[in-house]
Structure formats: structure tokens, C-alpha cells
Design a binder for this molecule. Structure first.
Ligand SMILES: NC(=O)c1ccc[n+]([C@@H]2O[C@H](COP(=O)([O-])OP(=O)(O)OC[C@H]3O[C@@H](n4cnc5c(N)ncnc54)[C@H](O)[C@@H]3O)[C@@H](O)[C@H]2O)c1
Length: 250
């Protein structure tokens, strides 16, 4: 049901973590996958490890010219663009009263504006070429104030990308383009170490709030993304799937 043979996919921030796991899932389902990241060497290393149908490209998601160039090069080199996963993201902990302008601006630029540029440029191609599927990566932080760590810029960017999926789904439904969001819970990746998973006190505070009492693995998020870009979810657009071990359920 989640077969993707002949499809061309782009995963931003695909060099590691949830993005790399997603690239692997899409490849295993038969797609050709472009791993697009601001760290080109890391993207190349990941692509090399995933086989012949994985390619690496450089992208800086908050630079619209860079995103547009990526879409154009994929369309020319691979002849299509069917799937786009807006996965690249950053987070920095800071209390609001201590948050520097630079942290606010960079987080909004990468996580919110970068996701919009990806959706807009991929959507422009897909609307003109018969359809496609886009997934934005939101977060539990969009739906609950996280604790003990705080990062308001990230939180509002992540509710923004979830609502963006709803609005763009309504704009693009008649063109055959679906766009949804996934809101992951605490997932075992490098970014989470920066947020606090290397600190035992923070880890135990988190696990006390997670009904399944565990961190998620990147592949558990990748499987949800695979579902949302495949025909198995043909009826679903404009929705947010919470893949969070129950965190936002109660
Ligand atoms: N790990 C979690 O617990 C968790 C929870 C909820 C949501 N998320 C979201 O999932 C996504 C992936 O997170 P992850 O944990 O795999 O993170 P990660 O830091 O392990 O990987 C992120 C990747 O994005 C790339 N990237 C960062 N900024 C970029 C930019 N401006 N342009 C292009 N590439 C850029 C990085 O180089 C890196 O390869 C992010 O959007 C994150 O906010 C993660």
C-alpha cells in the first residue's frame, strides 16, 4: 500500500536523524530520494550508505533561491518531483525573557520560513505537473509548553508549520497536491542531545510525562511520513498526525 516505485522524493535535513530514517523508508518503498541538507558532505555520506537511488544535494532552506534551485535541478535531473518532506529544523533552549533577537530570528527563519519556501516551491511544481505529496514536520512543542526546557521561538514556528499544512491543503486540493504534518514526540536524535537527552535529570523529567515512558526512534516517525506520502493516505490532506508516544493525548 505504501509502494513508491517511480516516484522522486526530496527530504530536507536528510543527512541525519529523522530525515535520514525517512530517506531510507522512502528508498525501501521504491522511490528515488534526494537528501538535501545544508551540510553537503554529511548528506553525501548518508546517500552513499543508502545505495544508488539516493542522491545528495546542498540546500539552505531559509534561502528561497537555494530552495528554488533545488526544485529546478531535481526536475531537470530526475524528470519529476512527487514527494517533498520539509524536515530540516533547528532548536535552541532559552527562556523568553533571556532569548536573544538572533535566536528568535534564526529559529523562525529556518523552521517556519524555510518550511514555507519548501512547500511553496515544491507545491508550485506539483500543482503544475499533476499532483504530489508534501509533509511538514511539526512537534509536540506546538501543542504543549514543554518542560523543563523552553524554546518559544521553536514552539510557535512548529504550530505555524502545522497550520500551514491545513491552509495549503485547501489551496491545493483541486490540483491533486496533498499536504499534511507530523508532530513527533521526543525522538532519539542528535538535536535531542542538544535539547537535553544527555542530561539524566531532564531525561527523567521527560519520561515521567510520556505515557509510553520512552524516547521514540527516528524510524517510527519515518514510517508515519511514508504513510502520508503514499497512496495509503490518499484521503488525508490538511491534517496533523501526532506521533508522540501519547505525550499530547493527556
Ligand atoms: N528529535 C526530536 O525529538 C524531534 C521532536 C519533534 C520534532 N522534531 C523535528 O524533526 C525534524 C528533524 O529533527 P532531528 O531530530 O532529526 O534533527 P537533527 O538535528 O538530527 O537533523 C536535522 C538536519 O537538518 C539539517 N538542517 C538544519 N538546518 C538546516 C537548514 N537551514 N537548511 C538545510 N538543512 C538544515 C541539519 O544539518 C541536520 O542534518 C526537525 O524539524 C525537528 O524540529 C524533532
Amino acid at each position: 500500500m505504501c509502494e513508491l516505485t517511480g516516484k522522486v522524493a526530496v527530504v530536507t535535513g536528510g543527512a541525519r536523524g529523522i530525515g535520514a530514517a525517512t530517506a531510507k523508508r522512502l528508498l525501501d518503498a521504491g522511490a528515488t530520494v534526494v537528501i538535501a541538507d545544508k551540510r553537503l558532505e554529511a548528506a553525501e555520506e548518508t546517500a552513499d550508505g543508502l545505495g544508488d537511488n539516493a542522491l545528495a544535494r546542498h540546500v539552505v532552506v531559509e534561502d528561497s533561491a537555494s530552495v528554488r534551485a533545488l526544485v529546478e535541478s531535481v526536475a531537470v535531473d530526475l524528470g519529476s518531483l512527487d514527494i517533498w518532506v520539509n524536515n530540516a529544523g533547528i532548536v535552541e533552549n532559552a527562556l523568553a525573557l533571556d532569548m536573544a533577537d538572533e535566536v528568535w530570528n534564526e529559529t523562525i527563519e529556518v523552521d517556519l520560513t524555510g518550511t514555507f519556501y519548501g512547500a511553496r516551491e515544491a507545491g508550485r511544481y506539483m500543482c503544475a505537473n499533476g499532483g504530489g505529496a508534501v509533509v511538514n514536520i511539526s512537534s509536540i512543542a506546538a501543542y504543549r509548553a514543554t518542560r523543563p526546557e523552553h524554546h518559544v521561538a521553536y514552539d510557535v514556528a512548529k504550530i505555524g508549520v502545522a497550520h500551514m499544512a491545513k491552509v495549503l491543503a485547501s489551496e491545493w486540493a483541486s490540483s491533486g497536491v496533498r499536504i499534511n504534518a507530523v508532530a513527533p514526540g521526543y525522538t532519539n536524535t542528535d538535536i535531542l542531545k542538544e535539547v537535553g537527552s544527555s542530561n539524566p535529570e531532564i531525561m527523567s523529567a521527560w519520561l515521567a510525562q510520556v505515557p509510553q515512558r520512552r524516547l521514540l526512534e527516528p524510524d517510527e516517525i519515518a514510517k508515519v511520513i511514508l504513510f502520508l506520502v503514499s497512496d495509503a493516505s490518499s484521503a488525508i490532506t490538511g491534517q496533523v498526525i501526532h506521533a508522540d508516544a501519547g505525550f499530547t493525548a493527556w
